[in-house]
Ligand binder design. Structure first.
Ligand code: DC
Length: 231
């Protein structure tokens, strides 16, 4: 990795821990870009969902040939609008479609696949290259994708708090979902993401663990910026 990649802050953590919001705030304060890698896994899941015919979506159907077809599209057409926080595939704005409960679960299911992770890894590294500094958020940013990052955060919170935050976010996007279903989905996804064989969601050995259950997003941002100024 080039020296430029040292201007990276990684923020990993479970669903709804506030990592994307925190990452965006930090990027804004530092004048850096923000790469939300969950959105890449979600875009992959959305494209795959479109590709498969109804009723045949399961991991066994996922051949390398199909993965490569989808990856070509992600590689050539995926982009994030840092200012408006929108995600595009070619000129299609897919932001609203990425956060449905179905795509959340599919992204987590397909993220277990070794080949999916193998092909998405270089795409994530390439996406940050054009920026002076980037805050990246996901599950394996500090452990696998950017292990040389000088500041690594693992942001967590209890599952009720995370489900409440997710509910508020989804309501703002006009996605209709009930709290108990959301909590169950989130816990199911966390278990899958943290126990999978490849790149499980976990703090890097040198990560700073922050529990945001009783801290506001602003407090967490301040805490991370303070750490950043010390390195
Ligand atoms: O961060 P998110 O909730 O939007 O991510 C959606 C799913 O994508 C998550 O459940 C697991 C997967 N993911 C991953 O495996 N690795 C990443 N770096 C980011 C997301």
């Amino acid at each position: 990795m080039s020296k430029k990649n040292l201007n990276i802050i990684t923020i990993d953590g479970p669903a709804g821990s506030g990592k994307s919001t925190v990452a965006r705030h930090i990027a804004d304060k530092l004048g850096w870009a923000h790469l939300n890698t969950g959105a890449i896994y979600r875009a992959f899941a959305l494209l795959l969902d479109r590709f498969f015919t109804e009723g045949s979506q399961n991991l066994e159907d996922l051949t390398e040939e199909i993965i490569l077809k989808i990856i070509v599209n992600i590689n050539s057409f995926y982009s994030q609008d840092d200012i408006k926080h929108k995600i595009f595939l070619k000129s299609e704005d897919i932001t609203a479609q990425l956060h449905s409960p179905k795509i959340s679960q599919l992204a987590s299911v397909y993220a277990q696949n070794e080949l999916v992770r193998k092909y998405l890894l270089p795409i994530q590294r390439k996406l940050v290259e054009k920026y002076e500094g980037v805050v990246v958020d996901g599950r394996d940013m500090g452990t696998v994708v950017f292990p040389v990052a000088p500041l690594k955060i693992y942001l967590t919170a209890n599952s009720e708090t995370r489900a409440r935050r997710r509910l508020a976010e989804l309501q703002m996007q006009n996605v209709n979902v009930n709290f108990d279903t959301l909590l169950k989905d989130l816990e199911e996804r966390d278990l899958r993401d943290s126990t999978r064989k490849i790149a499980p969601s976990k703090p890097a050995d040198d990560a700073i663990i922050i529990d945001s259950s009783s801290n506001s997003i602003d407090d967490v941002v301040t805490q991370i910026l303070h750490r950043f100024n010390q390195i």
